[in-house]
Design a protein around this ligand. Structure first.
Ligand code: SF4
Length: 493
């Protein structure tokens, strides 16, 4: 096993040496379903854009490590001033600097690019490591900075990258960290060379700064279910219980401070209780609905780089909705939908069609309505001429999540959650038409966002297939709401 370290392995080791060891020795144990936030933070689109921050630059082409290092040496020797992906290696330590400014005479400035909107502690470690590698090689690092997204930037007609990015000078702090980096490098290399998996108890660092993909592996000996599967408990309280040996649901029931919902989750789990139904409460909720009745669900994406005028980085851009509806009680279930084509700003067109599709004064249902209401309010702010009809839709929304949040209807299979992800399969365990796993290509909101973002680069056939997948996915979201409402009616008698 080679004890070499890259920048990202070093940062893994800062978070947890055991994570580093597992990445080196047992990578097959990594749970791919854990969103790799560390990789997302290093978003290549943002990195590519930032390369232009300092004017003309030369990029070291991605490829074999030794080739990248040789090319960097060649560019430095040729006096190239701005080098992107400048790559270095020293004593088994490797790093690629996002943007290197070559001031000549061995003096350089390094700029690490992140798609986050502020500087986090792990970024200091990241930049300190790069400074260490460069100075071990004999360079003098006169400036070490983090380049991140400026959340306050509002795009005009054209993208202004110097306003989109904020440059934070970390030089003094990372210089003071150099001795600590040297010591940590020795410690982490020793850790990698060890053939035994390091012993490390669980802690909040398993989720901070990034969720660890080895969580399943590290918790495989815990009783099932356990404190980490309890709904509505803060992570630090979970760990407090865990460290006190209050781990199983039995332990929790006996010894932990629980709220009513948590007690319910545990009792239903341990005693296998039948469904809990408060028919009066459900009837009261149903009496608040009226016909025509609409079921609305939005899909959105959050580009780090604002694509449209008046958008800020990470704004939620709504690009799709599905609308099932009944014009009258007992009438047929009808459907309308909107899905933007890639390229233009979808918000105006979507807002206009939404105002046409949902008549004034009707009752609209959403699941977890804060999201739909939030997006509608943003659209109303953007388009004052559509403000009245949009706010009319906004004010007419009822949250289908409420009966489940209030535990008017609860089953063991909901596992303490009222999210639609748990509620739907709990209510319809055997219904393939309501199973998102049976969809093609798009199975959740994250995949829908990614699919829409990717549409801009698709050819006609792929685009058509992608649109069909998105329409089916969002359509199922509102159809599921229709079925959930039916189930509530059935249970309320
Ligand atoms: S789950 Fe926690 S203890 Fe296990 S490797 Fe990851 S960070 Fe370390």
């Amino acid at each position: 096993m080679t004890d070499s370290l890259s920048k990202s392995l070093y940062c893994s080791g800062v978070q947890c040496p055991k994570m580093l060891w597992l990445k080196k020795h047992r990578p097959e144990l990594f749970d791919e379903s854990v969103m790799n936030q560390a990789v997302l933070d290093t978003g290549s689109e943002v990195g590519d854009l930032a390369m232009g921050l300092f004017g003309d630059f030369t990029e070291v082409p991605y490829g074999e490590l030794s080739g990248m290092i040789r090319e960097t040496e060649r560019l430095l020797a040729a006096g190239e001033r701005i080098i992107a992906e400048a790559s270095f290696s020293c004593d088994g330590l490797f790093c690629s600097v996002d943007i290197l400014q070559n001031n000549g005479g061995g003096e350089v400035e390094l700029y690490e690019v992140k798609s986050s909107t502020s500087v986090h502690e792990i970024h200091y470690h990241d930049v300190a490591y790069q400074m260490f590698v460069l100075e071990e090689l004999g360079f003098r690092v006169s400036r070490a900075c983090l380049v991140h997204i400026n959340r306050e930037y509002v795009r005009g007609k054209e993208l202004e990258i110097e306003k989109l990015f904020a440059v934070e000078d970390l030089t003094d702090t990372v210089r003071q960290m150099q001795q600590a980096v040297a010591e940590r490098v020795i410690f982490l290399k020793d850790c990698i060379r060890d053939s035994e998996e390091p012993a490390r108890d669980l802690g909040p660092f398993c989720f901070d700064p990034y969720e660890c993909g080895f969580w399943k592996h590290c918790t495989e000996d815990l009783p099932e279910p356990n404190v980490f599967q309890l709904s509505g408990m803060q992570k630090r309280t979970m760990f407090k219980n865990y460290w006190q040996g209050i781990i199983s649901f039995e332990d929790l029931l006996r010894e932990a401070k629980l709220n009513a919902g948590q007690e319910m989750q545990i009792e239903y789990e341990l005693e296998d209780l039948p469904d809990h139904i408060e028919a009066d409460g459900i009837r009261k909720f149903l009496e608040g609905l009226s016909y025509p009745l609409y079921f609305l669900d939005f899909e959105s994406f959050q580009p780090a780089v604002p694509l449209y005028e008046n958008a800020r980085p990470y704004d939620q851009i709504v690009f799709q909705y599905s609308l099932h509806y009944y014009e009258e009680e007992g009438g047929p279930l009808l459907h309308k939908e909107y899905l933007a084509m890639p390229g233009g700003d979808p918000r105006r067109e979507l807002a206009e069609q939404l105002c046409r599709d949902i008549p004034a004064g009707v009752c609209t249902i959403a699941y977890n309505m804060a999201f739909e209401k939030g997006r509608i309010k943003e659209l109303a702010g953007l388009y004052p001429d559509l403000r009245d009809p949009l706010m009319d839709i906004h004010d007419g929304i009822t949250d289908l999540m409420e009966p489940f949040r209030k535990k008017l209807y609860y089953t063991k299979a909901m596992q303490g959650s009222y999210s639609i992800k748990y509620v739907l399969p709990a209510l319809f365990p055997e219904d393939p038409a309501l199973d998102y796993h049976n969809l093609e290509g798009v199975h959740n909101g994250g995949e829908a966002s990614a699919a829409f973002a990717a549409m801009a680069k698709m050819g006609p056939e792929e685009l058509a297939a992608c649109r069909e997948n998105l329409l089916k996915y969002c359509g199922l979201d509102t159809f599921a709401m229709v079925r959930v409402l039916e189930k509530l009616r059935e249970k309320a008698g």
